[in-house]
Each structure stands twice: as structure tokens, then as C-alpha cells.
Design a protein around this ligand. Sequence first.
Ligand code: ADP
Length: 308
Amino acid sequence: MTTSAVKIQKLSKSYNGSEALSNVDITILDGQFFGLLGPNGAGKSTTINILTGLVRKDSGNIAVFGKDIEKEYRFTRSQIGTAQQELSIDWFFPIEKLLQYQAGYYGISPKNAKERIEELLNRLGLWKKRKSRLRQLSGGMKRRYQIAKALVHDPKIIILDEPTAGVDVELRHELWDYLRQLHQQGKTILLTTHYIEEAELLCEYVSIIHKGKVITEGAPKNLISQLGKAGITVHLTKWDDTLPALLQSYSYTQNNSQLHFTVKDAETEISKIISLISKNGCQIQRVETTKSSLEDVFLSLTGRGINE
Ligand code: ADP
């Protein structure tokens, strides 16, 4: 049996009578790369803030490696490292010092902390900036510092709240590579994001949250094939009136030389469609596919897009 790193059961939370989370159930397996995906205001940060002890739940239970986060908070907090969206207010010390203090909170000896911090600053491209204050760092460097801070005590579970929001494409790719490496090392990663691409690329499993409720969950590929729709557009150079009979089992529209098919899975349907059309002397000039995404899954469940 695979152990669960985080088990959230029936978690609810209201702010001033307005429900931010309602009966949320989430299980994250040990070593899993997990995505909590949803639009702004869906309840992602509230979930994370309760999990990390920053916000008090109204009801429900959360266990980290089987231990309740309130009753055994010392243990559970030691297992988690969090990179929040917002920076804390430690503006006045060099970042190296801030990381040493952070290591101190977790009882790491100064010698071990020094080695760990050197390794992290090097790995995250911040070594040359170790004497700089936070306010002297660029936005991307601040983001990398947040990650170093989350990792300083070598936690088993890493929580990243919108890690690439507002960062440039290059840094986003660098961060993705780094997160993949951490995952390969066996870390459990919980990522919140409203970037569909990020969730699809990185996460083995996602929960999609909307208005405080989990509306679906699963491996991105499975969710897409269950609920998503893909498009195949076939451009013809020659066709005749036998086409409708050949293609009667498909949902498609025809606009002169263009046929547009809506299918669940473009990869499996494309060769069948090409072979049907090629019968009876119809000729294909080219074929294009449009891939379905988690955005389609969200759209089909809620009637709106994640980033609308
Ligand atoms: P997300 O992280 O998915 O953008 P949040 O968890 O931040 O969503 O917010 C969920 C809901 O709870 C939103 O309606 C938000 O306005 C509300 N909310 C979050 N934090 C607070 C707070 N401290 N006080 C009042 N309402 C809050």
C-alpha cells in the first residue's frame, strides 16, 4: 500500500460567513507530484494555509504522514517546507543570514545549515547574491530565495503556492526543471497553480477546485481523455458526396474543403479518420489537430475557463 503524505478530509472554512472551502477531500501520496488547480479565489491558498498552520479550519481533518496537524504539529510542520506567494518582511538581513535563521527554527546545527545553504544558494543561482538584502534582489531571485527557504530543512513535502506566477519564461522553465529533480529525488510536491500548462506538464495527479469545492480529480491525461474534447481538421483537395456516409459515426462539420471533427482522443482517431476519408478517391491535403487540455475539463464542468 502506498502511504499518503497528506490526507485532507472534509475540510471546511468560512470567512465572515462566506464559504471559502466546503468539505474538501484531498489525498496526496508519498512522492507524488500533486497539483491543486483552480481559478483565483477557488480556495487553493486557504487549503495550503490551513495545512501549514497559518489559518484555522472550521471543521475537517488533516493528517501528514498519518499524524494530525494540530495534535502533532511539531512533527507535521517539520515534514513540510512552504514557498508562499507573498514574501515575509525580513528585508534587512543578507539572504544567507535569513536562511541560517530559518534553519535554526528547525533545529539544524549551524555547521549543517552552512553546508545546506551553500548547496541551495548554488543550485538556485543565488550564491553571488548571498550577501544581498531581499529588497536588492530581482523578482525572479526573490522567487528562488522563497524556494531555498522552503527547502532549507530538507522537508519531505514541498508546498509551492503559484511558484511561477509573474516570472519570465526562462525562469519558469528553470524552476520546472528544478521541481522535476526534487520529484525524482522522492520529494512529495504540492503545487497550486492557475497555469494549466504548468499543471499538465508537471503534475502526476491534480485536484481541480472551484468555489471551495473539489469538482474533479485524477491524472491530467485521464481527466482529459474522460472529459476533454480534441479537434481534428482535415483539409481536402478532392471530395465527393460519399463522405457523409463514410463519416456517419463521427461528429463533424464541413466547410467546403475543410472537415472539422470533435473527438475525445485525437491520437487514436486520426488514423481511422484519414483511412475512411481516403476511401472512394477523396484526397487529403493536410491534417491539423488541436489538443484538449485541463482547461477543457474545467470548462465542461463549470461552463467557464480557469483564467476567465
Ligand atoms: P485562491 O488561492 O484559489 O486564489 P483563496 O484561498 O485565496 O483562493 O480564497 C478563497 C476565498 O476565500 C476567496 O473568496 C477569498 O476572497 C476568500 N478569502 C481568502 N482569505 C481571506 C481572508 N483572510 N479574509 C476573508 N476572505 C478571505
